[in-house]
Design a protein around this ligand. Structure first.
Ligand SMILES: [Mg+2]
Length: 340
């Protein structure tokens, strides 16, 4: 008991997080995207149409920017509701809220999306949904996609094998937007993926959480309705241009476009999306609202860096004990660092 109180006093004098002006204990939360944060199968063509670098008139570009913002808002509103689309893994928004709060408390530095998906705009879409929800643009600092310039050694190392490695991740954290401490330790990095990336797992140990794959395919009809509402601002002339662009990029067979059709441009566009996106859920099928194993793992990780649990009852029962425990742990780490 005596030793403990001396340690606590010392810990208080040293300050909770600063030692020799060096910030310690700041964690990074890294998430794979597909089947971990979200299932984007149903929404790909919508994103690729709203966000593209095709040649088009300025007026259409401007309208598409506006449409994208409305689309993100509307999708988020559905995901927050009792009838979610299920693009996001149910519970992810709450996880991000907690991480955003921990960031404000100085316990989490940043969140990163680390994906083997090659469509960067899809990563940005997930980031934008989350940022709109947590009301901050500072949480997800980095979106690492397949073609990230610093992933060359992974891609070339074992062609075809979609490896994620500690060396590359650390490099991007340190030299990229997160500007992490060059001495960053694996113990301050928490990683979530539905796959087993051997090198990362070996380096991260218990901080590597392999979550069950989430693969709910959101209803294409519900997304189409949101798209219709989000693109009402596009004038008729621009919509014709957009339709021709979508035909050029995405129409796979001639029967995608019925030339005798009296359908409007928007319906032709949506028809192409639908033909390319088979087997999505029915309009009245919703993802399970109960917490799945993946979300439970994320909550466990959050619990490891915070002194409290989300639920009020747990908070009251465990706060004091956990706080003391974590202070001692923190102090022991500090004295270990002094010895080294
Ligand atoms: Mg995945």
């Amino acid at each position: 008991m005596k030793i403990r109180s001396v340690q606590l006093n010392l810990g208080q004098k040293l300050g909770h997080y600063k030692l020799k002006n060096k910030i310690i204990g700041m964690s990074y939360f890294i998430f794979d995207m597909d089947e971990t944060l979200a299932e984007l199968y149903s929404v790909y063509y919508f994103i690729a149409t709203l966000k593209n670098d095709e040649e088009m008139p300025e007026s259409l570009k401007k309208s598409l920017d506006d449409s994208y913002k409305i689309f993100v808002e509307k999708v988020l509103n559905k995901e927050k509701s009792n009838e979610p689309l299920g693009i996001l893994r149910p519970g992810i928004l709450e996880i991000m809220k907690q991480l955003s709060n921990l960031q404000k408390q100085g316990k989490v530095k940043n969140v990163v999306i680390y994906s083997n998906n090659g469509h960067l705009e899809s990563l940005y879409f997930i980031r934008d949904l989350i940022h709109l929800y947590v009301k901050s643009n500072n949480l997800i600092k980095e979106c690492i996609h397949w073609d990230h310039p610093m992933r060359k050694e992974e891609i070339n190392g074992r062609p075809g094998a979609a490896n994620k490695t500690w060396n590359v991740l650390k490099n991007i954290l340190v030299k990229g937007n997160c500007v992490a401490d060059p001495d960053l330790k694996a113990e301050d990095v928490y990683f979530f993926d539905d796959l087993d990336h051997t090198d990362l797992k070996r380096n991260l140990g218990i901080n590597y959480y392999q979550v069950p794959g989430y693969n709910f395919k959101a209803s294409i009809n519900r997304l189409s309705q949101i798209f219709r509402e989000s693109t009402e601002n596009i004038n008729k002339n621009d919509m014709e241009i957009l339709k021709n662009n979508v035909i050029k990029r995405f129409a796979k067979k001639n029967n995608d476009i019925n030339t005798n059709s009296v359908n409007s441009a928007i319906e032709i566009i949506l028809n192409i999306f639908k033909n390319n996106t088979k087997g999505t859920m029915g309009d009245n099928v919703y993802p399970p609202l109960s917490l799945d194993e993946g979300i439970k793992m994320m909550l466990q990780a959050i619990d490891r860096i915070s002194s409290f649990k989300g639920g009020k009852r747990n908070y009251r029962l465990t706060k004091k004990k956990r706080t003391k425990k974590s202070r001692i742990k923190m102090h022991m780490r500090k004295s270990q660092m002094r010895k080294n």
